[in-house]
Ligand binder design. Sequence first.
Ligand SMILES: [Zn+2]
Length: 110
Amino acid sequence: MAISTDELRKNRQDLINQLSVFDGKILRGSVIESYKKCGNPGCKCATGTGHGPKYSMTVNFPKQRPENDYIPLEYVTQVKEYVSNYHQFKEIIEQICMINRELLKRREKL
Ligand SMILES: [Zn+2]
């Protein structure tokens, strides 16, 4: 059985409330972990994985160069959390749009 219009509106309000929980703690981009070799043949990194980890963030833009920046270690946990929040945030927005499309199909008030 199809979900009622009232139910759709209630679900939409729940989703809107969920969005505010993020409190702006979102970041779009990817966190990249890297290990670099220093090039010194006597260094233990010459045979191992390299120095690190070091973290950087890459953000893509349409028709522009990606922005790439180093993340200081003390920010890494927070940045990863913000990036993960962004994906959840986007998912919720998509669900709100789905509900609005359904209301439109039903010719109900948006
Ligand atoms: Zn080294």
